[in-house]
Design a protein around this ligand. Structure first.
Ligand code: ADP
Length: 199
């Protein structure tokens, strides 16, 4: 099965695009969702995070995401330690779940696909692109994050030109929502065609 890696910066429109693929009946796996599941109470990854970060990282037994985000944005070494715990498990879980899917192709929504240098995990890299100012505006509207935090998240991610350089396919999400469906439909046809050429 062909694996399409859907990636893009925060607020670029990955989830919006993922929904359009789902509407077309395409299986979509979401790395963020997997990461959330992996740190639910009782999961081994949560115990490991508590070992690294201390019990203060919990709020009523759950991972305190806001605190964790503040810590890793402030201290790069902590970010690396968190990634060392989570990233291998996320990719392993995505890989396992991909094996159970029967479809011409599937979409793996992986925000940090390029940052984690896992391009080879997928057959094609699909980048959702939009200007950085749009990312700010969308995230500010969607989440309760201040501009400094959004700025830190954006600068911690790969730059726009580098991301575009790694893309096999690009969805331009700099206009209104109606411009997305035709782009997804065109890629859907492309991916089905490519899947049928697989040995
Ligand atoms: P990501 O998953 O990349 O972080 P989302 O798909 O969640 O991004 O989009 C971020 C926010 O911007 C969401 O609230 C979404 O509804 C909105 N959004 C995305 N694309 C557009 C667009 N073309 N026009 C208007 N709002 C958009």
């Amino acid at each position: 099965m062909l694996r399409i890696g859907l990636t893009g910066g925060i607020g670029s429109g990955k989830s919006t695009i993922a929904k359009l693929f789902i509407e077309l009946g395409v299986p979509v796996l979401d790395a963020d969702q997997v990461a959330h599941e992996l740190v639910e109470p009782g999961q081994p990854a949560l115990a490991e995070i508590v070992r690294e970060f201390g019990h203060d990282i919990l709020l009523d037994g759950h991972l305190d995401r806001a605190r964790l985000r503040a810590l890793i944005l402030a201290v790069p070494e902590l970010k690396h330690r968190l990634e060392a715990i989570l990233h291998p498990l996320v990719y392993q879980t995505l890989n396992d779940r991909t094996q159970t899917i029967h479809s011409d192709y599937c979409v793996l929504a992986i925000p940090l696909l390029l940052e984690t240098q896992h391009q080879d995990f997928v057959d094609r890299v699909l980048v959702v692109d939009c200007p950085v100012e749009r990312q700010y505006a969308r995230v500010a509207q969607r989440d309760t994050l201040d501009r400094t935090t959004i700025e830190k998240i954006i600068t911690s991610q790969i730059g726009r030109s580098e991301r575009l350089a790694a893309a096999d396919d690009i969805i331009a999400n700099d206009g209104d929502l109606t411009s997305l469906r035709p782009q997804v439909a065109r890629l859907h046809a492309l991916y089905i065609g490519l899947a049928q050429q697989l040995p």
